[in-house]
Design a protein around this ligand. Structure first.
Ligand SMILES: [Mg+2]
Length: 279
């Protein structure tokens, strides 16, 4: 295996037809834009370079996300934002969930994603046909997770099949002060509880949509009209492993999440970005 090459973000712009950017840990954290992110976006916009955010989130619609980024000084238009929430539509179509009753855990935009995908979003406590665990925030956490777990157990006890969908499989994200748990970690917890009750039963796993699965990479390559694209991300498990499996290059932004790790399960990024030269 070759060693990842140290390079800068600006060097990547000449080598690729399009740039895919992760959001959290690359451009922003909870508190605002990360140092130098404004210069990256300004240069992409100035050059007219094709770029897309490929973000594991179903918590904000592209328009809401664009407004938030603009508030952080990042001029990212909504049409440049690809989110794993947008993958709910093909997922609902593939699993026959259009028109079905959907329980959504997440903020208001998560519910909108489920509606835009063709689902009928139901309130807490109501009967549902499928669960979308869209985000870890935007709802009373313990009460909602307990309610959903209890409802799933009632349904599984009755022999029902209940699709459980996880647009954002990330386990952790950088909060700006450290690490926080993400919806993927909540899914792992629910899966463990269900596996304990129904050992060996199939159908207890969430359907995972975002990176490292191929949906966002497929969408980006389709829009770019080229496979000569590079994924810039801070998570080995999602950004780097996902890009590598999909067959495109990747650039790791070292962050609190990667620490000193530079490879995972034999997968290494093509590049490691020199963040000292970020600004
Ligand atoms: Mg990230």
């Amino acid at each position: 295996m070759s060693q990842p090459v140290a390079t800068t973000f600006f060097d990547l712009l000449d080598r690729y037809d399009a740039i895919l950017l992760d959001a959290y840990g690359v451009l922003v954290d909870l508190s605002g834009a990360l140092p130098g992110a404004d210069a990256w976006i300004a240069e992409l916009n100035r050059r007219g370079k094709p770029y897309w955010l490929a973000s594991n989130t179903a918590a904000r619609l592209p328009e809401s996300a664009a407004r938030r980024y603009q508030g952080f000084g990042l001029a990212i238009p909504a049409e440049r934002i690809l989110s794993s929430g947008m993958l709910l539509k093909p997922c609902f179509e593939a699993h026959g969930l259009v028109g079905k009753r959907i329980r959504v855990l997440g903020p208001e935009d998560s519910r909108r994603y489920a509606e835009l995908a063709g689902g009928t979003v139901v309130e807490a406590g109501a009967e549902f046909d499928a669960l979308v665990l869209a985000d870890q925030a935007g709802f009373p956490f313990l009460e909602s997770v307990d309610e959903v777990l209890s409802a799933l157990i009632d349904k599984f006890d009755a022999g029902d099949v209940v699709p459980m969908i996880l647009p954002n499989p990330d386990l952790v994200y950088p909060t700006g002060r450290g690490c926080g748990i993400t919806s993927g970690a909540v899914a792992v917890m629910l899966e463990a509880a269900l596996r304990q009750r129904y050992p060996g039963r199939p159908g207890l796993e969430f359907i995972r949509l975002g990176k490292p699965w191929p949906g966002l990479f497929e969408a980006a390559v389709r829009l770019a009209g080229s496979r000569n694209v590079v994924m810039v991300g801070d998570q080995l498990d999602t950004d780097i492993v996902g890009a590598t499996r999909f067959g495109i290059d990747s650039a790791l932004v070292p962050s609190v999440l990667t620490g000193n790790r530079r490879a995972l399960g034999g997968v290494e990024p093509t590049y490691v970005l020199d963040m000292a030269k970020r600004q």
